[in-house]
Design a protein around this ligand. Structure first.
Ligand code: AHR
Length: 331
């Protein structure tokens, strides 16, 4: 059976690694039933959830660049924060008979049917960045992304150290997209570390959907309605940058009047750490592209891949002696 022509309806961006910087429409190639030859070019359909943050934009850019480096043909679709667009994109990848589908899922629930369709078509699915909640985990081949629970714990551990000698610590939390893995697990990991120490109270928690605009909006509201804020725990840098604008507009000093803990490690957040306006940045790397392409090529060759691959990540904070020397981040 030959590959069908690419559905134009979705406006999929088709990138060829063989012609860097040139947009090409892919032509049907190898028959799916045939074993892949040594010179087979892997075709990956990537469903990106959106472009809500600098992290996400950097992640997309890295995936496109990694495909070029690896000689992978990439069909990239941006779902603009809508799960239904991701499902449509996956169906389109199935119709086109890509070798591997990579999915960065906006939320954890609701993937059963479309992943069953991918399995029916014999196309392996690789989860990127975020996890899913599904009864039959054999519907995806593996996951490559951060350990969000550990990120939440690292944020909590920084605060435990920072709060030495304090009698009470009032925390506000601006969380990520409801129903997403990072929002759920960053909240759990943070609470896990602080629970049992009744000096710490999360006095307000709200979802900012990982958006800078919501971070600012929520922080303006919090500053008017919540008394005696000691700490802001923000689930990503985009919301943190917005919240810092609000804090400064209120005449307060971020990093001093309010301790700021953030997650991601965008260049903008690292710059503010260097200026003392952020106290701790827990890294969540956006640079997943090379790992994704490597796993996709292994899947295409029919090889086993690890169920879970976490990148190595670090914590940058005011306690580090070499904060001023943190190298450029790349996103
Ligand atoms: O899923 C990773 C998170 O999504 C990043 O922390 C955030 O910036 C992005 O929007």
């Amino acid at each position: 059976m030959k590959r069908k022509s690419l559905p134009a309806l979705l406006g999929l961006v088709v990138l060829s690694a063989l012609a860097a910087g040139v947009l090409l429409l892919l032509q049907p190639s190898a028959d799916k039933a045939e074993p892949v030859s040594a010179d087979h070019v892997t075709i990956v359909g990537f469903s990106q959830l959106g472009s809500e943050s600098g992290w996400r934009v950097g992640n997309s850019r890295d995936i496109v660049a990694a495909a070029e480096r690896a000689g992978v043909e990439l069909i990239f679709n941006n779902a603009n924060q809508k799960q239904e667009n991701q499902i449509d994109a996956i169906r389109s990848f199935i119709a086109y008979q890509v070798d591997v589908i990579a999915l960065a899922p906006i939320v954890e629930e609701g993937w059963e049917n479309v992943l069953a369709e991918a399995r029916e078509a014999g196309i392996p699915v690789l989860l990127s960045d975020r996890y899913i909640n599904i009864a039959d985990e054999s519907l995806f081949a593996g996951y490559i992304g951060s350990d969000f629970l550990e990120e939440g714990r690292a944020a909590g551990r920084f605060l435990l150290r920072k709060a030495q000698g304090c009698d009470s610590v009032r925390i506000v939390e601006i969380a990520g997209t409801e129903g997403s893995t990072p929002a759920r697990q960053r909240a759990i990991g943070f609470r896990e570390v602080l629970s049992g120490d009744d000096r710490f109270r999360i006095v307000h928690s709200v979802s900012g959907d990982f958006l800078r605009s919501r971070g600012k909006e929520h922080m303006l509201n919090i500053l008017e309605t919540v008394e005696d804020i000691d700490v802001l725990y923000s689930h990503n840098d985009a919301m943190t940058l917005g919240a810092i604008e609000a804090i400064e507009e209120a005449g307060l000093l971020p990093g001093r009047d309010i301790i700021i803990i953030t997650i991601d490690g965008e260049q903008g957040a690292i710059d503010l750490l260097k200026q003392g306006k952020i106290n701790c940045v827990v890294e969540c790397t956006a640079l997943l592209g090379d790992l994704i392409m490597d796993l996709a090529q292994r899947l295409t060759r029919g090889e086993e891949i690890p169920r879970i691959s976490h990148p190595v990540e670090q914590v940058f904070s005011e306690f580090d002696t070499d904060v001023q020397n943190i190298p450029p981040r790349g996103y």
